[in-house]
Design a protein around this ligand. Structure first.
Ligand SMILES: *[C@@H]1O[C@H](CO)[C@@H](O)[C@H](O)[C@H]1NC(C)=O
Ligand SMILES: *[C@@H]1O[C@H](CO)[C@@H](O)[C@H](O)[C@H]1NC(C)=O
Ligand SMILES: *[C@@H]1O[C@H](CO)[C@@H](O)[C@H](O)[C@H]1NC(C)=O
Ligand SMILES: *[C@@H]1O[C@H](CO)[C@@H](O)[C@H](O)[C@H]1NC(C)=O
Ligand SMILES: *[C@@H]1O[C@H](CO)[C@@H](O)[C@H](O)[C@H]1NC(C)=O
Ligand SMILES: *[C@@H]1O[C@H](CO)[C@@H](O)[C@H](O)[C@H]1NC(C)=O
Ligand SMILES: *[C@@H]1O[C@H](CO)[C@@H](O)[C@H](O)[C@H]1NC(C)=O
Ligand SMILES: *[C@@H]1O[C@H](CO)[C@@H](O)[C@H](O)[C@H]1NC(C)=O
Ligand SMILES: *[C@@H]1O[C@H](CO)[C@@H](O)[C@H](O)[C@H]1NC(C)=O
Ligand SMILES: *[C@@H]1O[C@H](CO)[C@@H](O)[C@H](O)[C@H]1NC(C)=O
Length: 759
């Protein structure tokens, strides 16, 4: 026992770090050496030296401070890897920021700027921008990392041009995950003709094109919602600036974390899921073959839902029928009749991505009708469209070279008007109009029929549910003075007493829950778990409870959910938090637990002041208690429950500091029971997940045991296990332990022998 306590003491000694500099700026004569970092004022971003996975070189970069695995958003010395750890970032005596090693070899320095200052200060901001400002007087910006992006666009960063200076900001992909030097792909705003974004291969070959901005979005990205609450997209094109930028939370500066990355040939938008502690791929491009630049050649229209995908508009035929038949559309389409300047007309192609605009011209000041006149009057005009669809079609884009890279969208596309010889135009449209009317009538009849069936279905479902589950009271009386008592559902009570006396779970009324938590007020929020937010609630009798609002991922139906809750309520153990009841309302699934005075374990062990309250014997008791609870879940209960998200935040402490596992069985509710050992949706927390679970989604009781091991190390060392198992660096607790276990083993043997000698 003495030895093990010594081991622990030694272990914790090894975790005492040299205090990293928590400053956010470098001033004259101060520096950042390898191992030290700058942290932005609000603790959002960190700047320092890192090694990419599978590499040995060191790079100066910026990453999210509190996100594991290490997510680098900017790299300074992309093409000049540093070997060894002797480099540092300094402002030298002549006022330049330089990244150099002891021998004076320079790896990187920002391009000299027009503005000079005798008192430059380099500062890392919470936006992720690293800038050099004149500390004296004006505060003029001498240089900023936002003007020199790597592969990532952060909120507020501009992608595009400052026309007055010729500054072009574009993304270049990393050569590989181990090598941040510029790779083969680049995403750039092309300002020839009408501005639009291109992914270029090797600087010259277009791979993807997102189309001109149409007032709401890029023409090739119909899924870009102008106002979705989480993002605000902006495009500016005037005589001084042409750029794209985005803001999160509609610019409100809330807690959405998002980055936009060029990842080889794909553009990806990631959002950070706080609950799962993982990046979620929110959106990515290209979507399909139709997004490949000029897939169907000149005048060809690509439709991903058609077969073959390439088609020719009315008045055109495949230019190379042989290749076309072999599904190679790259030769495009040719006109059946040559244009005859005077007698031409227009064919409308609705719902498309506008063709390449590098040779087109735009004029926002005219109406669509004037645009048509302009096009008709100019024999070299081949097509026209509105330049903006914000609040109706207006403005004018005119094409004078062949139309390349048109694709058909199912929704969200725009109208394109292609010039056709009069003889090729569809005859007046009378016939087609009649056909369309007939079709419309048939369709609406069908719709009515479906609507009726749907209504019947909903009606039956509603009444069935109403009979069984009585939580349909509307959420209208938040401020009513109704006393708050749990509403017991009589039907359920009867049901449960009939069916071999399953536990009585209280079914709470939504209004009760909402009222008890002050309508889920932020002030009542206790924390955020792996499966949803937890609120403190006050019930009628003065009873304090914890209310867990499950996030909306569950695929379960009402009955399955209820069954699960009843099963879980049957799990009772001194080291498990007791489930008191639940509530179902529409999409909402809520669990009500007993309230734990001392909150969760992480608030103690990771807090300098509070951790003093936990002496070794208390810590030992906590470990033992958690082990007992886990053993019960895995072995001694009626059915095997795998927790899947065991962590310090899920161990709650009661008034006497007895540990109780919470969130157990929630994994079951999320639709994955113990029998199914493979899951697509990896829930849990990085740092606690076993490698096989995090990587392949394979989980078993062993996954919990792994998490338990991490937890024990954390309780003993008082340090958080950040980072992932795969991180090559010694950034996580686990890798530290692995690294030092050898040394500790030796020192312990020595100490032990000394101890024995002393005795
Ligand atoms: C920086 O160092 C130089 C030379 O060592 C010295 O002359 C200068 O006063 C220092 N500046 C500051 C702000 O400490
Ligand atoms: C400071 O760094 C700049 C940029 O690399 C360099 O031109 C200048 O000579 C350096 N000054 C000194 C005193 O080394
Ligand atoms: C700051 O600027 C003022 C005048 O604008 C000048 O007198 C002063 O010396 C400057 N201070 C430094 C440290 O350069
Ligand atoms: C840089 O300075 C030169 C000369 O003073 C000036 O002509 C040029 O416009 C400046 N460039 C910028 C970007 O301010
Ligand atoms: C990339 O472009 C360069 C010239 O710009 C050319 O020499 C090289 O072969 C190209 N590489 C590929 C893979 O196309
Ligand atoms: C162009 O737009 C930018 C951003 O909205 C603005 O700061 C700038 O003043 C504009 N320039 C002109 C000439 O309107
Ligand atoms: C690039 O994409 C791959 C898979 O799509 C992903 O695993 C990786 O994290 C992405 N890289 C970055 C920098 O986001
Ligand atoms: C163009 O078409 C009009 C009417 O279809 C015809 O009268 C005229 O001769 C044609 N012009 C040429 C150059 O073909
Ligand atoms: C634009 O015009 C140039 C020169 O006429 C031509 O080579 C190029 O293919 C055109 N690009 C498009 C997309 O039409
Ligand atoms: C027709 O349009 C082209 C391109 O916009 C332009 O260069 C040309 O001057 C126009 N011709 C006439 C007669 O307006």
């Amino acid at each position: 026992m003495a030895t093990s306590v010594l081991t622990l003491a030694l272990l914790s000694l090894y975790f005492v770090f040299s205090p990293a500099s928590a400053a956010d700026r470098i001033t004259a004569n101060s520096s950042i050496a390898d191992g030290q970092t700058l942290v932005s004022a609000g603790g959002v971003f960190e700047l320092g030296f890192f090694t990419p996975p599978t590499s040995t070189a060191r790079f100066l970069g910026i990453w999210y401070k509190d996100i594991a695995p290490l997510t680098v958003v900017w790299v300074a010395n992309r093409q000049a890897p540093i070997i060894g750890t002797t480099a540092s970032l300094v402002i030298n005596s002549t006022g330049s920021l330089v990244l150099a090693d002891r021998s004076g070899h320079m790896f990187w320095s920002p391009a000299p700027s027009n503005v000079t200052s005798s008192t430059p200060v380099a500062q890392l901001l919470d936006s992720g921008n690293f800038l050099i400002v004149d500390a004296n007087g004006t505060g003029a910006v001498l240089w900023q990392s936002f003007d020199h992006p790597s592969d990532t666009l952060l909120p507020g960063m501009k992608l595009g041009w400052e026309l007055t200076t010729g500054l072009d900001r574009y993304l270049t992909t990393w050569a590989s995950p181990a090598d941040p030097s510029p790779g083969d792909y680049r995403f750039e705003i092309d300002i020839r003709g009408v501005p639009e974004g291109f992914i270029w291969y090797n600087g010259t070959l277009p791979v993807y094109r997102n189309g001109p901005w149409n007032g709401l979005r890029f023409s090739g990205e119909p899924e870009m919602e102008p106002d979705n609450g989480n993002f605000l997209f902006e495009f500016v094109a005037n005589s001084t600036d042409v750029y794209y930028t985005f803001l999160v939370d509609g610019g409100g500066g809330g807690d959405v974390i998002s980055r936009f990355v060029l990842n080889q040939s794909t553009l990806q938008r990631y959002v950070w899921l706080q609950q799962q502690q993982a990046w979620n791929l929110y959106w990515s491009l290209p979507r399909d073959q139709c997004d490949r630049y000029a897939e169907c050649g000149a005048y060809g229209v690509c439709d991903a839902s058609a077969s073959p995908m390439c088609g020719c508009p009315t008045g055109f035929t495949p230019a190379s029928p042989r290749e076309w038949a072999l599904r190679d559309g790259s030769a495009g389409c040719a006109r059946t009749t040559r244009l005859n300047c005077t007698g031409d007309g227009f064919l409308a192609l609705p719902g498309v991505k506008l063709p390449d605009v590098t040779n087109a011209t735009a004029d926002a000041s005219v109406s669509l009708d004037q645009c048509r006149q302009r096009c008709l009057a100019n024999c070299s005009c081949l097509a026209y469209s509105a330049s903006s669809i914000k609040g109706g079609e207006s403005g004018c884009i005119i094409w004078t070279s062949p139309l390349i890279d048109i694709r058909q969208f199912e929704s969200g596309g725009q109208n394109l008007f292609i010039r056709l010889a009069a003889s090729d135009l569809p005859s007046n449209g009378d016939n087609s109009k009649k056909k369309n009317t007939a079709l419309a009538v048939v369709l609406s009849l069908l719709g009515l029929l479906l609507f009726g069936l749907g209504g019947f279905f909903i009606w039956t479902k509603f009444f069935r549910n109403k009979g069984r589950f009585q939580s349909t009271r509307r959420l209208t009386s938040f401020d009513s003075s109704n006393p708050l008592y749990p509403v017991q559902d009589r039907n359920t009570e009867e049901e449960s007493s009939q069916s071999n006396g399953l536990v009585d779970v209280t079914l709470f009324d939504m209004a009760t829950i909402a009222l008890s938590t002050d309508n889920f007020a932020t002030s009542a929020k206790l924390g955020e778990g792996g499966f949803g937010a937890v609120y403190k609630g006050e019930l009628g009798g003065g009873q304090t409870v914890a209310v867990k609002r499950l996030s909306k991922y569950s695929t379960q139906g009402l009955d399955e959910f209820k069954n699960e809750v009843m099963l879980i309520a049957k799990l009772q153990h001194v080291n498990l938090v007791r489930l008191l009841g639940c509530c179902v309302h529409g999409e909402e699934r809520i669990l009500v637990y007993e309230y734990m005075e001392n909150k969760s374990l992480d608030t103690f062990i990771f807090d300098k002041a509070r951790s003093a309250q936990l002496n070794w014997s208390k810590r030992f008791d906590i470990i033992l208690g958690v082990a007992r609870g886990l053993l019960y879940l895995h072995q001694d209960s009626r059915f095997k429950v795998i927790h899947r998200d065991l962590k310090a935040g899920n161990i709650l402490l009661d008034g006497e500091m007895n540990p109780k596992i919470s969130d157990f069985g929630v994994a079951r509710i999320f639709g994955a029971d113990g029998a199914d050992s493979h899951t697509k949706r990896v829930v849990g927390t990085y740092g606690y997940m076993s490698p096989e679970y995090a990587m392949d989604g394979v989980f078993s009781v062993k996954s919990d045991v792994f998490s338990f091991g991490v937890l024990v190390l954390e309780i003993v060392s008082g340090r958080k296990n950040r980072g992932m198992y795969s991180s090559g660096e010694q950034t996580s607790l686990l890798s530290h332990v692995r690294h030092y276990s050898q040394i500790i083993h030796c020192s312990c043997s020595i100490l032990e022998s000394q101890e024995n000698a002393g005795n």
